[in-house]
Design a protein around this ligand. Structure first.
Ligand SMILES: C[S@@+](CC[C@H](N)C(=O)[O-])C[C@H]1O[C@@H](n2cnc3c(N)ncnc32)[C@H](O)[C@@H]1O
Length: 286
């Protein structure tokens, strides 16, 4: 992910964007655009008052807050990340929500979690396996720190089904092929941007027992609200840059027109535009 957008890269938390990864702008825009559905997904996971939950990696703390609000007032959330800048961002996000369970913060490598065996009732891991070269090792660590009978919940994407729009079929097919090729070159696999596709297998390989899977779908229609427009601008630009080398000049010209916010026929401005954003929540038991 390599989106940067000066319009959205500033943040109400006052964090230093320079210390955060390039995908920060997209991630924050994603949380803002689809927060309602993402929070609903958090409400679907089985946790009880008094539970102890680990959010790893916590990133900007969006899910830490959602989990802490669910556990209020008795539970406890540990927000862990390798990035000091993200931990600071998460700390500020939590501070803005007083009606939340106790949250503590930990600098932690997902491959070597600094927690005892069987510590947590639930481990939550959202949209991070793409950042972890070896998801099975990380999932195995999550399993280790989960108590017997507890759960590991993982939210992940499949690039091919992530943002679906009612754009021309020919453009969609060209894009899918180009995404697969770009992923093969960058990640060594055409499924390199589709961690959700292998997640069930990865969970089993990590010694977990998959219990259920839920698709989190967010539908939006034109006119898109500012948060969705901001997300789409970043997202479409990022996709364009990722696949540009794998499209012909004609295909790229069609794509550029479809995503140009200055063009009335672009997907950002057409009155008939619609989108569905999909992500997947997997729950496995220890
Ligand atoms: C795409 S972000 C997702 C963050 C958060 N779960 C969310 O959905 O907003 C990926 C996160 O993984 C963290 N990360 C990358 N490698 C890590 C590692 N080895 N151990 C712990 N965190 C790591 C990054 O700092 C970043 O916060």
């Amino acid at each position: 992910m390599n989106a940067t957008d000066p319009a959205t890269n500033s943040c109400e938390s006052g964090k230093s964007a320079a210390d955060l990864p390039d995908y920060e702008a997209e991630l924050m825009a994603f949380h803002r655009a689809f927060g309602r559905e993402l929070r609903r997904a958090v409400r679907a996971i089985p946790i009880n008052p008094g539970d102890r939950v680990l959010d790893v990696p916590c990133g900007d703390g969006f899910y830490t807050v959602a989990l802490a609000r669910r556990l209020y007032p008795f539970g406890r959330v540990t927000a862990a990340d390798l990035s000091a800048a993200y931990l600071e961002t998460a700390r500020r996000a939590v501070a803005r929500h007083p009606a939340a369970a106790v949250v503590d913060f930990a600098t932690a490598d997902a491959y070597r979690l600094p927690f005892d065996d069987d510590t947590f009732d639930l481990v939550w891991c959202a949209q991070s396996l793409i950042s972890l070269d070896n998801p099975v090792v990380a999932l195995n660590e999550m399993r280790r720190v989960t108590r017997p009978g507890g759960a590991v919940a993982v939210m992940e994407d499949d690039e091919f089904h992530r943002v679906m729009m009612n754009w021309p079929v020919a453009l969609e097919l060209d894009l899918q092929r180009a995404v697969a090729e770009a992923a093969r070159v960058k990640y060594g696999s055409r499924a390199g941007l589709s961690p959700a596709r292998g997640l069930r297998r990865d969970m089993i390989d990590a010694g977990l027992s998959p219990a259920w899977k839920q698709t989190v779908a967010a539908d939006r229609q034109a006119p898109f609200d500012p948060a969705v427009r901001a997300y789409l601008r970043i997202r479409l630009r990022q996709t364009r840059d990722f696949v540009a080398a794998y499209l012909s000049a004609d295909q790229l010209a069609v794509l550029d027109r479809a995503i140009d916010p200055g063009d009335e026929q672009s997907l950002l401005r057409r009155p008939d535009a619609e989108l569905t954003c999909l992500t997947t929540l997997f729950l496995a038991r220890k």
